[in-house]
Design a protein around this ligand. Structure first.
Ligand code: PDD
Length: 287
């Protein structure tokens, strides 16, 4: 069934949605995005995503196409029109098109940003069988640019990383810079030692995950220790557990890193518990 999508002020069938070939998102990857999950027909952590979007726009000196309340209304309308119970909403804002190709940014007074949104229906997102099995990870060098805190649409290397993992018979890749894990291709990375959860501290080296912020808060509330520091692949291989977090997969247990099984090779109790808490708690504040 065709989806109803949103482009620059209009709702339309996906087949009719177009943007210019001169759009800077297309030519220059000059755009930012957010992915918000939907559970029970409601948006999870929308405010966090809206705040991060505003920050991404500001860091790139890009205009917002409308205010955040309007973005919320569009999200809700798309959920309704597409009858999404469990799934994702993808939102992308680019610097727009001034009808040609030029490295210099166009004048924001005359070139409007492009706003595109669409839904991805994913029944069973919360009860994902992959989370019961756990993910197998490979490590690859992190060769991305230096502003990973900005959620840009430059996703070629993360896509290549996922393909390298697939080719190796694994599910995902963790990126390593100067011997330390930065994050996953599309998620934040954690290890667990005893009652302590270890994850890299926030900086320009990683995306400031909205799920990360919530999970660390819930972990502290559940009396777990949280250490925000870097770790290496060999420390991760010797950890009791590992997991990743993202808006699209919530808390995903990791059971193997570069061929080394963690624990007994099945999802660990801390990751399983955090997944449960995350789903339970985030539903309470879903809008
Ligand atoms: N990815 N790190 C990277 C590189 C990411 O792309 C993502 C999210 C995260 C987790 O952030 P959050 O918890 O706010 O989703 C960390 C999204 C889901 C994607 O690109 O589909």
């Amino acid at each position: 069934m065709s989806r109803t999508v949103y482009v620059n002020g209009s709702y339309m069938p996906e087949e009719e949605a177009t943007v210019s070939i001169f759009d800077r998102g297309f030519l220059m990857a000059d755009g930012v995005y957010e992915v918000t999950s939907v559970l029970g027909g409601k948006l999870i952590a929308f405010e966090g995503h809206a705040v991060r979007l505003e920050r991404s726009l500001k860091e790139l000196d890009m205009q917002a196409p409308c205010d955040m309340d309007e973005l919320l209304d569009i999200h809700r309308e798309l959920v309704k029109l597409n009858e999404i119970d469990e799934g994702l909403i993808y939102m992308q804002i680019t610097r727009g098109s001034d009808g040609d190709r030029d490295f210099a940014f166009p004048d924001p007074e005359t070139t409007r940003p492009t706003l595109v949104m669409f839904t991805q229906n994913k029944p069973g997102l919360a009860d994902n069988p992959a989370a019961k099995k756990g993910a197998k990870i490979i490590s690859i060098e992190d060769i991305r640019w230096g502003r990973r805190d900005i959620k840009t649409v430059q996703l070629l290397y993360p896509s290549m990383g996922k393909m390298m993992a697939k080719k190796a018979g694994c599910d995902d890749a963790w990126l390593v810079e100067d011997g330390m894990v930065t994050e996953g291709t599309s998620n934040n990375a954690y290890i667990v030692k005893g009652n302590t959860i270890i994850t890299r501290a926030l900086s320009n080296d990683i995306l400031h995950g909205i799920t990360r912020a919530a999970v660390l808060r819930y972990a502290k509330e559940a009396q777990m220790q949280v250490e925000e520091r870097s770790f290496s692949i060999s420390e991760a291989q010797g950890a009791d557990e590992a997991f990743t977090t993202s808006a699209s997969a919530f808390v995903m247990p990791v059971v193997e890193i570069d061929g080394a099984s963690l624990g007994d090779g099945t999802p660990g109790p801390v990751a399983k518990r955090l997944r449960e808490i995350y789903l339970e708690e985030s539903l309470k504040t879903a809008i």
